[in-house]
Write a protein that binds this ligand. Structure first.
Ligand SMILES: *[C@@H]1O[C@H](CO)[C@@H](O)[C@H](O)[C@H]1NC(C)=O
Ligand SMILES: *[C@@H]1O[C@H](CO)[C@@H](O)[C@H](O)[C@H]1NC(C)=O
Length: 285
């Protein structure tokens, strides 16, 4: 019996590990100072908005919702989510679900909140922000500034220049680029117009260049867009066009691994059971 418990525990641990895939890494979160009364109609409105976001994420990478005031709640609540452009609907919805659940803990009873995981962004507030360009720097991180070689610097600049290039006819909120080992990824929230997205990304990229100087990698998150680069593959999985396949491969591999470990554990349980039975037989004689 004890062995069987170990098997279950092991499987649970592995499932938890696989759930902590890189799309779930926490990037930043913030809440409005203003709080609502727990149990108030406002709370119901926020809950139904967040539920709408989770449901919508099962079929589209971006959506926005506006919940109109009801007779009992005078506040309108606005919300949006944006998944990274390369995520499948399945991974997008899991990411949004996780972001909403973390938002619920981080921004308990707050009138508004925003949270960015590696794979998705979620925001709600009773002050309208939909379609409003916002270039406030929210989070900046630079890697070790060990001094890129001039070659690496050139590749970095190429990657960033390409991210900034808008190919007018094919407007994209999600962009990736690569040159040698250098990778870049950029994403706008879907509520921006093409020109606003372009403007936001240009800003993020300029700041990234200026503030991360000769770092081997850098992240620049503005309120409505972000740009990231790395030299040497830190984001190669994220920015690679095949990343969907890679992620699916990893999930498959994990599933097989879980199966294998569970199988081996079962065999051990069975063998120990057999040996006990044998011992009993020996003891009986
Ligand atoms: C947002 O909600 C807070 C708390 O209920 C309220 O004080 C504030 O006036 C609301 N803002 C808007 C724009 O409705
Ligand atoms: C919000 O969503 C509606 C319905 O999907 C869409 O028509 C509208 O353009 C969106 N607004 C913004 C700012 O993205």
């Amino acid at each position: 019996m004890a062995h069987q418990h170990h098997v279950v525990l092991l499987a649970v641990m592995i499932i938890m590990l696989s759930a902590m895939a890189d799309t779930d890494s926490f990037i930043f979160g913030g809440c409005s100072q203003v709080k609502f009364m727990p149990g108030s109609p406002y709370e119901n409105t926020v809950n139904s908005l967040l539920t709408s976001l989770i449901n919508s994420a099962t079929f589209t990478n971006y959506n926005n919702f506006t919940i109109q005031p009801t007779p009992s709640s005078s506040s309108t609540v606005y919300g949006l989510y944006q998944c990274r452009g390369d995520l499948s609907n399945d991974r997008c919805s899991r990411c949004v679900e996780r972001a909403v659940s973390q938002l619920g803990t981080l921004c308990l009873d707050a009138c508004g909140g925003a949270l960015q995981l590696d794979g998705c962004f979620v925001k709600y507030d009773n002050v309208s922000f939909l379609g409003v360009e916002d270039k406030t720097a929210v989070m900046k991180k630079c890697g070790p500034s060990i001094g890129l070689t001039s070659d690496a610097m050139t590749r970095r600049d190429e990657v960033l220049a390409y991210l900034e290039t808008s190919d007018g006819s094919t407007y994209k909120t999600y962009r990736t680029s690569g040159s040698g080992n250098a990778r870049g990824v950029a994403q706008c929230t879907g509520d921006l117009s093409p020109s606003e997205c372009q403007d936001c990304l240009s800003d993020a990229i300029q700041r990234l260049k200026m503030e991360c100087g000769a770092s081997t990698w850098g992240d620049m998150y503005l309120a409505k867009c972000y740009a990231r680069y790395s030299e040497g593959g830190r984001y190669s999985r994220n920015s690679n066009d095949d990343s969907n396949h890679n992620d699916d491969e990893i999930e498959k591999t994990l599933a097989i691994l879980i199966g294998l470990i569970a199988g081996v554990a079962l065999i051990i349980v069975f063998l120990s059971f057999l040996s006990k039975v044998c011992e009993k037989h020996k003891g009986g004689k």
